[in-house]
Ligand binder design. Structure first.
Ligand code: AMP
Ligand code: MG
Length: 342
């Protein structure tokens, strides 16, 4: 598989034009966005999209998000745009929100993984939009990690996962939010949140009124249950270490940490400043009272745990309010749903 000579492109007009050429020609380019790095292909070319699944080792039943650079491009991708969907787009696009609607005939089955709906996002990062414009087509792009690994939030992490597998990585700096977009489906009777992100349930309710939260968001689907968002059923975002989320205050966490025998390869994933108190090796993931710093740091922190040789990780539990729901949702999957309460 690792046979391509992956180019490192930069955020210049010339390199963005080069990325556009590669994408138009059916190749794969990893691109920066305000959420995480995406692995892009021409969304209207089924053969190009099929390469994404191969490069990532992504399960075939997990559909992709289509990225556009202007609102008007949405029309051709979906059967119709109901008023609720347009209201949502007017409020939060461009931005970290993905909207699912019944798909039009031009969406290849490879994009929708056999579903009759399509997920669309209009990103706010200017570089992303310039790349879509240079390609001249909408871009299908899942996160640019190997399937199962934490999503990459900088070009270096993207290159670590994708070198040899794709034509190019375009370095646009660090991602602002650091977790993937909010995914909401408007294809059913009641709007439903499938994946939490920087656009919160409260934000959605302000525009839509009632919004259901899919049961896979905050917990594990029951054996045999059908996932509304196929991506949510997999163990995901994982470092190599075994991760346990610990619901407790700092004092109880420290008492538990004191009793751990193997302090060589057991780590704490904790909030900024707590490394001075917790009697374990620590990797921090943002301020306890600030979900946005946590979302910005989480995936980098998970990769740092691997680099430092962590085998067991005890994670301080984040608040689940607002953007915190997205942080908890990702950490829960990194932990394979392993949570203890002290
Ligand atoms: P990623 O691109 O890695 O951020 O993953 C995209 C997420 O959106 C996954 O969880 C997918 O399962 C979900 N998704 C994409 N398209 C659809 C769709 N048509 N219906 C339901 N979920 C979708
Ligand atoms: Mg992903």
């Amino acid at each position: 598989m690792n046979t391509l000579n992956t180019l490192l492109l930069h955020n210049t007009d010339q390199d963005i034009a080069r990325a556009g050429e590669i994408l138009r020609g059916g190749g794969l380019v990893a691109i920066p966005t305000e959420t995480v790095y995406g692995l892009a292909a021409n969304a209207l070319d089924g053969q190009a999209v099929a390469k994404i699944f191969k490069a990532k080792g992504r399960p075939q039943d997990n559909p992709l998000i289509v990225h556009i650079s202007e609102l008007s491009q949405w029309n051709a991708l979906v059967r119709e745009i109901p008023p609720q969907a347009m209201a949502l787009a007017k409020s939060y696009w461009p931005g970290p929100l993905t909207i699912i609607l019944p798909k039009s005939g031009i969406i290849p089955d490879e994009v929708s993984a056999g579903l009759d709906t399509v997920a669309v996002r209009f990103p706010s990062m200017r570089t992303t939009r310039k790349i879509i414009d240079a390609a001249g087509v909408p871009l299908a792009a899942p996160s640019a990690n190997l399937s199962g690994s934490p999503s990459p939030t900088c070009a270096k992490h993207t290159m670590n996962d994708m070198a040899g597998r794709i034509e190019a990585v375009l370095d646009g700096g660090d991602c602002n939010f650091g977790v993937e977009s909010t995914v909401v489906t408007l294809a059913g009777a009641v709007p439903r949140l499938l994946r939490p992100g920087a656009v919160t349930p409260e934000d959605l309710r302000e525009v839509l009124g009632e919004v259901e939260i899919d049961e896979a968001v905050m917990g594990k689907l029951k054996e045999g249950a059908k996932a509304a968002s196929p991506g949510m059923k997999y163990k995901h975002y994982s470092p190599k270490a075994e991760v346990t989320i610990v619901k407790s205050d700092l004092e109880a966490f420290c008492k538990m940490a004191e009793k751990i025998d193997n302090k060589e390869t057991t780590f704490a994933l904790c909030f900024d400043g707590e490394e001075r108190t917790i009697p374990l090796k620590c990797v921090t993931y943002g301020r306890e009272d600030d979900s946005l710093t946590q979302s910005h740091r989480l995936f980098t922190a998970l990769r740092e745990l691997d680099e430092q040789g962590a085998e067991k990780v005890y994670a301080r539990c984040p608040s689940t309010d607002g953007v915190g729901m997205a942080v908890y949702n990702r950490l829960l999957r990194a932990a394979g749903f392993n949570v203890i309460e002290l």
